[in-house]
Design a protein around this ligand. Structure first.
Ligand SMILES: [Zn+2]
Length: 410
């Protein structure tokens, strides 16, 4: 099967290359903002936003007046405008479907992230990557061998480091279906996740340590005078710390999702909206949210790679309120209650474990041969709780491109 996979490496640019990278990123940002300003003007005048092709044409007409854009690859501007087009597309679609997608925003010069995308002749060598108009840039680690076609390279800056992410169309062997149990996964607040077989997946310890330090540094930062040199220095330090946290979290998510996809035949998780709406009120939202959606996204493509199956529970399935032994549904299960106590059968069980078992039983009901493997009590089905038909199965090839973009490490 053909999947789109991303290979990401940290770059080790020379001083000259660093300047070129910054210039390319600056041009991309400029083109994006130029296009956005144009679109805003048109919208205010009651005209529609021009399609991407038209934007390109206008941009090309604009270029001779800004000769510095010729110092970098023409892709920088073009791809930035394509991003703008996509941002508008998401915005309109969000409006139509009732999601909250923000109106495209101007890119800031001193933002935390800077990036640009290149297409065309991109080459990968064992310890370097050749990019159009920038040349051969060393990578900090050896690159991987892959068979496939390179579609594009996205170069981004995080704090003071540069990364390249190659989008590659990779040919993968079709996987053998994984022989293993069905497992329900409840993503926890205190631990990373709880599996229906009782396994507790801990969040990595260093993460908590760095997070404490982050809070401290954030406080110090807030006391520094705006616009001062000290404030800028501490901002850079903060950005490095943020990056470290992000890396550690991503790494643990990768380990967990790979292990799950390789050993379980079916993985059942809760619908993400449930987490967002109900369970997450007391946590630092952004951290938890991104972790959960990453978890789900990784499972989506890894289950395809390794031959297991991902099942998303229906949005209003009461996995936390239902007794996993007898199927009794509580009217209420406050967030603070760590233990589930059933009024009907007297079961006392960890809240997250109970939810994980309920998730697993969603699938156990649909195919008899997986019932034993799942280990969930069968009595839940008699209550008419389990409706296999209601289980939303993610079609395997729903998003052949976006879903399969992964990290190069696994
Ligand atoms: Zn019960």
């Amino acid at each position: 099967m053909t999947v789109n996979q991303a290979f990401r490496y940290e770059l080790e640019p020379t001083v000259r290359q660093r300047r070129l990278l910054a210039k390319a990123a600056g041009t991309a940002r400029y083109a994006f903002n130029w296009g956005l300003a144009l679109c805003k003007r048109l919208l205010n005048a009651g005209k529609p936003v021009p399609p991407a092709v038209e934007l390109h044409r206008l941009w090309n007409a604009e270029k001779p007046r800004r000769s510095w854009v010729f110092d970098v690859s023409k892709c920088c501007g073009q791809e930035a405008l394509r991003d703008l087009d996509r941002a508008f597309g998401n915005f309109w679609r969000g409006r139509k479907e009732g999601h909250r997608v923000g109106f495209p925003r101007f890119r800031r010069k001193h933002g935390r992230r800077d990036s640009f995308r290149l297409t065309g002749s991109i080459k990968v060598h064992p310890r370097s990557v050749t990019l159009p108009r920038i040349g051969c840039v060393r990578t900090k680690e050896t690159t991987e061998k892959f068979r496939g076609r390179i579609l594009s390279a996205t170069v981004s800056r995080e704090a003071d480091r540069w990364y390249v992410s190659l989008a590659v169309e990779v040919e993968r062997d079709d996987p053998q279906p994984v022989e293993g149990p069905v497992v329900g996964v409840d993503l926890g607040l205190t631990s990373l996740a709880v599996l229906s077989d009782g396994t507790l997946l801990e969040s990595p310890k260093p993460l908590a340590k760095v997070q404490r330090r982050l809070r401290h540094r954030q406080r110090l930062h807030n006391r520094k005078q705006r616009g001062s040199r000290n404030r800028r220095k501490s901002a850079a330090g903060l950005a490095r710390l943020h990056r470290r946290i992000r890396c550690q979290r991503t790494d643990s998510l990768h380990q967990t999702t790979t292990a799950l996809a390789k050993t379980k035949s079916v993985i059942v998780v809760e619908d993400l909206a449930v987490h967002g709406m109900i369970r997450n009120r007391h946590l630092s939202r952004s951290i938890a949210d991104s972790g959960w959606s990453e978890f789900r996204r990784m499972l989506e493509y890894k289950t395809q790679w390794y031959g297991s199956q991902l099942v998303i529970a229906p949005r209003f399935y009461p996995s936390t309120k239902t007794c996993s032994a007898c199927g009794h549904v509580k009217t209420e299960m406050p967030l603070g209650d760590r233990v589930f106590r059933c009024e009907a059968c007297g079961l006392e069980i960890d809240r997250d474990l109970n939810a994980a078992r309920n998730l697993a039983s969603l699938v156990a009901g649909s195919s008899p041969e997986t019932q034993n493997a799942c280990g969930a009590e069968g009595s839940g089905q008699e209550k008419g709780l389990v409706k296999p038909a209601a289980v939303k199965q993610e079609p395997l090839s729903r998003q052949p491109t976006a879903a399969a973009v992964g990290n190069k490490r696994r």
